[in-house]
Design a binder for this molecule. Structure first.
Ligand SMILES: Cc1cc2nc3c(=O)[nH]c(=O)nc-3n(C[C@H](O)[C@H](O)[C@H](O)COP(=O)(O)OP(=O)(O)OC[C@H]3O[C@@H](n4cnc5c(N)ncnc54)[C@H](O)[C@@H]3O)c2cc1C
Length: 311
């Protein structure tokens, strides 16, 4: 059996690590548009210049080889499901056939988005060259808040405008965490506004668009028995937080379901721990109704991030 994993999203990284231990009797192929999976968890630290690029990405070409899989550096374009095999079409590479296909490609890319991260880093370098850049950030979830605070540290002379959606700042966090984040943003001289300023030097869309692929609890597409999807590109029965942590949990079920006829169900947890870095030393975290901010939380976040990247 040949299994193609398209995109080195978190769920595929978790599944590959599982395959590395279990060595299933299947040919596994990982396709990614480059040898690295850039990790958003460490992006704020990279923006603040607390770390360098190699500490913010995972060498997935090497990971695939270590886990007994073949790596293809190519862009996934589309697939075509036929009665015998699934045909996978790639950019600048001949098509490949497989028996099972899994998609973990991240959220849909849009202009001004944070991903692909290498392209975002180029935009960031351009801002470094402007004496007093004007930056507009759309979306004040965990990503928008982290990005605003990290950019303030990197670009002290910048004017930074943050536009929350109708649901406000950190909509999934308890009220105490929302109020704390708002105070932190104000103290960092970040303007929270309903309308963005005219002609900013950079507009950053810090949100993930609604996923397009609808999946079953088994992570199979609703339209196919043999095609799976997970992470930010997959729409579950009920809305899930768009987080790497959630995608990693899906990865464990995915590894099983791709290689076994008896399928397991993905049961999302009712609450997950969210940690938002405020600067190099402090983080804000919440779990359900509880929230906390401290130095220790930042140490925990750094440890969790490094643990994910170094395995
Ligand atoms: C600033 C910021 C901070 C965040 N911090 C956290 C955090 O601390 N913890 C947390 O849990 N979540 C965090 N998130 C959310 C997290 O980034 C996403 O929810 C998470 O990355 C899930 O994405 P994914 O695994 O589905 O795909 P991704 O991580 O986006 O990976 C997709 C992979 O597929 C590749 N790819 C994409 N398209 C193609 C294609 N056509 N062909 C081949 N390869 C392709 C990409 O290069 C990439 O390697 C943060 C997000 C942002 C923006």
């Amino acid at each position: 059996m040949r299994i193609v994993l398209a995109g080195a999203g978190h769920a595929h990284i978790a599944a590959l690590r599982h395959f590395g231990k279990t060595r299933p009797r299947a040919e596994i192929i990982l396709i990614n548009d480059g040898p690295y999976a850039w990790y958003t968890g460490t992006l704020p630290a990279l923006i603040r210049r607390d770390i360098f690029a190699p500490q913010a990405r995972l060498d997935v070409a090497d990971l695939a080889t270590r886990c007994g899989a073949r790596f293809i550096d190519a862009r996934f374009m589309r697939h075509c499901e036929q009665s015998k095999a699934i045909q996978v079409f790639l950019h600048n590479h001949e098509p490949i056939n497989c028996d099972r296909l899994s998609l973990s490609l991240g959220g849909e890319k849009h202009e001004g988005g944070i991903k692909p991260i290498p392209e975002f880093l180029v935009r960031l370098k351009r801002l470094d060259e402007i004496a007093t850049p004007k930056i507009a950030i759309i979306g004040a979830g965990a990503a928008g808040v982290e990005m605003s605070l990290a950019l303030r540290i990197r670009l002290p002379a910048a004017s930074i405008f943050l536009q929350p959606s109708e649901s406000g700042i950190l909509p999934s966090a308890p009220l105490a965490a929302q109020n704390f984040a708002r105070a932190k943003l104000r103290a960092a001289n970040i303007t929270i506004c309903n309308a963005l300023p005219d002609s900013p030097d950079e507009t950053i869309h810090a949100y993930t668009p609604e996923p397009a692929l609808t999946i079953r609890p088994t992570l199979q597409l609703t339209t196919s028995e043999r095609i799976f999807a997970s992470g930010d590109c997959a729409k579950f029965l009920r809305p899930l937080p768009r987080s790497g942590a959630m995608a990693v949990r899906q990865g464990r079920i995915l590894a099983h379901n791709l290689t076994s006829p008896a399928l397991k169900i993905f049961q999302p947890p009712s609450a997950t721990l969210a940690i938002v870095s405020l600067n190099a030393t402090h983080a804000l975290a919440w779990y359900g109704k509880f929230s906390l901010h401290s130095r220790l939380l930042m140490r925990l976040k750094t440890w969790l991030d490094q643990h994910w990247l170094s395995r």
